[in-house]
Design a binder for this molecule. Structure first.
Ligand code: OTU
Length: 655
């Protein structure tokens, strides 16, 4: 942009930059010194268009003045950034692919359920090291409202920690200690809503000028009914509709407040740029405490449109782009992970796939892979997975999928009707089958999950339950059944870790932990059965992790082995696509990766309990490959076909 040939009219980005440059340089030099100021200004220049274009998309003419405000917020944050984090910024700018490397291994846990308090976390780092963890996502830990708080997703203060877990100073210390072990800390940023007790919400209710229009309240049902007509309910059985009547709203006249989730979670109104500025200020502040990855919660819901679905509006993407660009300027060590549990077509947008690439989030949950794995196990058929994964648009080389088989939420069956039709199935009845199967009500099912969020109007539901419970580990009555159940669990790990991207282990799955029913006795948890798959860490089971006569020992052993081998396979680093291969056996999911710098990889997983085989020529035609990992030792080749045991998997790579 700078130095464009004389005579051509200045672009808007250039104009913004020219008007900012001189005053900003003076301010930056005063705050940062000449060298750091020069680096900061380079970042601003580099990301300016990624900031100004989406700001204009959302706020129109107001964007021009907002650009200057955002850049100054970034400058203040850069000036306040501790030296250890500035060093990290420098390292990440030298190595921007750091989160894509094959060494990356995620682990997800609730602090209280894993190690009681933040202060005790460092004493469990050895356990994480045994699993090769380099990325730790601590579930919501900022101060929540008292009582029901949706597992911490109802925040009252972004700048303090839940007192039951510790203090913000302890969180910073944990971040620094993890950094010392080359482990990046990820926390949730709940930005779609706050708890109704948050000072912003209370200030808004009290009519304080500064919080005007921070939330939305309607005087009567006219608009709420119009929105509800096309926008579904996230919790249809327990919190139907998207609005809650709040008598104190609108100066005491009462109003219907936007509450997409539970009644005590009030949606922020991002049509008001002050909300965006306020949230950005909180993010930058948290970044300076040592948070390296923000899990951007529920981002599809950030923008609402009458007649829309309530999710995935272009403005929701633009808002993420604004926050992202500002964080790149102030704290380039920090990346975003999109939590958008949406259909495959909508999902890729959160990684910046639009009419042209727009930096947005570096990471996104690959919920489609997760859903297809469970669907494949239930049907013992890989065709739907092959079609659905094959149809997904490629993602930018600068980004990565987060791959996982289980998380703290329910499993929503994000299966496209057209994908189902392509294999001769009907979407709705397949989803109904999956609910029956994993709730254990389908005849012969081994799964021991439960329905979540049953919608009486549509018949839709989702599934709760730990990975092991859904695989049948705890319903097995014979050694053969147990062996099959464990093989399912290991197969899931082998695919999520062999797909490319950043794989996550969800606490307890590495030991095959069962559902936890104790939540039913806690009245603040009892109406939400997602707590069944948020167990307390079983440190007794963990003590058995090297005892192969136990479930915990066998599952842990496989998990550890998969993780270790993965780190050595360069082709599994992110930055390349995994393309499913059509094999001549419908039971086998096969996928191929070709990384420009690290050669070929082929993954194979037999979803069936019976042996399966695939024609070898089709695979090896892709490039020379060696077996780097397999469920059953060396590969068996018979009559030109690769024979796989029931529920077996194999990783082939070019060494
Ligand atoms: C997220 O999930 C969290 O993961 C949940 O634990 C929270 O309850 C929720 O936000 C509210 O903060 O609908 O059923 O597309 O699927 O944001 C879980 C994104 C959810 C949504 C997701 C949401």
């Amino acid at each position: 942009m700078i130095g464009s040939s004389a005579g051509s009219p200045p672009t808007r980005g250039q104009h913004t930059w020219e008007s900012l440059r001189l005053p900003l340089r003076r301010e930056a030099e005063a705050l940062l010194g000449a060298t750091e100021a020069a680096v900061f200004l380079t970042r601003v220049q580099r990301h300016l268009l990624d900031l100004s274009a989406p700001l204009e998309r959302v706020y129109g003419a107001e964007a021009e003045s907002l650009v200057g405000r955002v850049v100054r917020l970034a400058l203040d944050a850069a000036a306040a950034r501790p030296s250890g984090l500035r060093l990290l910024d420098r390292r990440r700018e030298v190595d921007p692919e750091w989160f894509q490397r094959a060494r990356m291994q995620g682990y997800v846990c609730y602090t209280e359920r894993f190690c009681a308090t933040l202060a005790q976390l460092p004493s469990r780092v050895d356990y994480l090291a045994e699993l090769g963890v380099t990325y730790l996502h601590l579930m919501p830990l900022l101060r929540p409202r008292p009582g029901e708080n949706d597992g911490g997703y109802a925040v009252v203060d972004f700048r303090s920690v839940n007192p039951a877990l510790g203090t913000m100073a302890e969180l910073s210390a944990v971040a620094a200690s993890l950094r010392g072990h080359e482990i990046s800390l990820c926390i949730d940023l709940v930005l779609n809503h706050t708890a109704r007790e948050h000072p912003w919400a209370q200030g808004w209710l009290a009519g304080e000028e500064q919080f005007a229009d921070f939330y939305t309240a309607y005087p009567d049902r006219e608009l709420p009914d119009a929105y509800d007509a096309t926008i579904g309910s996230v919790f249809p059985d327990r919190a139907p509709g998207n609005f809650t009547w709040v008598p104190a709203a609108r100066g005491g006249q009462g109003g219907w407040v936007w509450t997409t989730f539970w009644r005590y979670q009030w949606d922020l109104n991002y049509a008001n740029p002050q909300v965006t500025m306020a949230m950005l200020t909180e993010i930058l502040w948290l970044a300076n405490q040592g948070i390296e990855v923000f899990r951007m919660d529920a981002v599809p819901f950030l923008w609402k449109r009458l007649g829309g679905s309530g999710q995935n509006e272009p403005q929701a993407h633009a808002l993420l782009q604004v926050l992202h660009a500002a964080v790149r300027m102030a704290a380039p060590a920090v990346i975003f992970k999109a939590e958008a549990i949406v259909s495959p077509d909508d999902l890729v947008g959160y990684l910046g796939v639009h009419e042209r690439y727009r930096p947005e989030c570096e990471l996104a949950y690959h919920n489609q892979l997760m859903v297809q794995l469970w669907s494949g196990l239930a049907t013992q058929d890989a065709r739907l997975a092959t079609v659905a994964l094959g149809r997904m648009r490629p993602i930018p080389a600068e980004t990565a999928w987060v791959t996982y088989s289980r998380c703290h939420d329910d499993i929503g069956w994000a299966i496209n009707d057209s994908d189902a039709a392509a294999v001769g199935w009907e979407g709705a009845s397949h989803r109904r089958f999956l609910n029956d199967f994993f709730a254990g009500t389908f005849p012969g099912s081994y799964a021991r999950g439960a329905r979540f969020g049953h919608d009486e109007r549509t018949g839709d539901a989702r599934i709760s339950g730990t990975a092991a419970a859904l695989c049948g580990v705890h319903s097995a009555t014979t050694p053969d059944e147990l062996a099959s159940a464990e093989r399912r669990l290991v197969l899931l790990t082998a695919v999520t870790h062999g797909f490319g991207g950043l794989p996550l282990l969800y606490m307890g799955d590495e030991l095959g932990l069962d559902n936890d029913t104790s939540y039913a006795e806690d009245p603040t948890l009892a109406q939400d059965n997602r707590w069944m798959h948020r167990p307390w860490m079983d440190w007794d089971a963990a003590a058995d992790r090297y005892d192969l006569s136990t479930v915990a020992g066998r599952v842990f052993g496989w998990t550890q082995r998969i993780v270790q081998v993965r780190k050595t396979v360069l082709a599994l680093r992110a930055g390349a696509e995994s393309a499913p291969l059509h094999t001549d056996d419908i039971r086998v999911l096969a996928w191929h990766r070709r990384h420009p710098r690290s050669g070929h990889f082929i993954g194979l997983a037999n979803f069936s309990e019976q042996p399966a085989s695939v024609e070898l020529g089709a695979l090896f035609g892709l490039g020379p490959t060696d077996v780097v990992l397999s469920s059953d030792g060396g590969l068996v080749v018979r009559d030109g076909r690769l024979v796989m045991a029931g529920l077996g998997f194999a990783w082939l790579a070019q060494e």
